[in-house]
Design a protein around this ligand. Structure first.
Ligand SMILES: [Zn+2]
Length: 167
């Protein structure tokens, strides 16, 4: 079972299109809602705190691979998780596969809205809770320092792997 970790604030649920996108995936999975706790000084700091909590949860899972997904992400490719897992299994040094949102450019910036991780990443990476800029830089720095790699799932399906909802 592929765990899909989704941070939720108190009182927030998972919107129907988001859930449908997850349930459309052609792999066995379980949704793991993670309570979004803690206070941070600004939006970016809050994101960093939240992602560190997700990493802590991820580090305790028995699954070798897990998904971290924001609560407003609608998956539009039903084979995205399967394809990401296959990529990770096939490549020892590839540790993180990002699903592509619109035409996000890489590798200088990775959108972190839907990410498939190997569990070992969780014990080696910490996001910066004081950061006021995008957190992908810290992830890239940690991965590079370990000789690990990350990639987008596909360049061929730009914009098809997920979209944001406005909810
Ligand atoms: Zn970035």
């Amino acid at each position: 079972m592929l765990p899909v970790l989704i941070p939720l604030r108190d009182g927030h649920g998972i919107a129907r299109p988001v859930l449908e996108g997850i349930l459309s995936q052609n792999v066995p999975l379980e949704v793991v809602p993670v309570s979004r706790v803690g206070q941070a000084g600004n939006r970016r700091a809050g994101e960093g705190l939240c992602r560190n909590i997700l990493l802590a949860v991820l580090s305790k899972l028995s699954s070798e691979v897990a998904v971290m997904m924001d609560r407003d992400v609608v998956l539009t490719d039903s084979a995205a998780f399967e394809a990401a897992c296959l990529r990770l299994h096939a490549d020892e040094l590839l540790k993180v596969v990002h699903l592509r949102y619109k035409a996000e450019a890489g590798p200088e910036h990775y959108d972190l809205g839907a990410v498939v991780f190997k569990r070992e990443v969780a014990t080696q990476v910490m996001f910066d809770v004081t950061s006021r800029v995008c957190h992908c830089g810290k992830l890239t720095e940690h991965l590079n320092s370990l000789g690990w790699r990350q990639d987008y799932l596909s360049d061929a399906v730009q914009g098809q792997e997920y979209t944001y909802t406005r909810g």
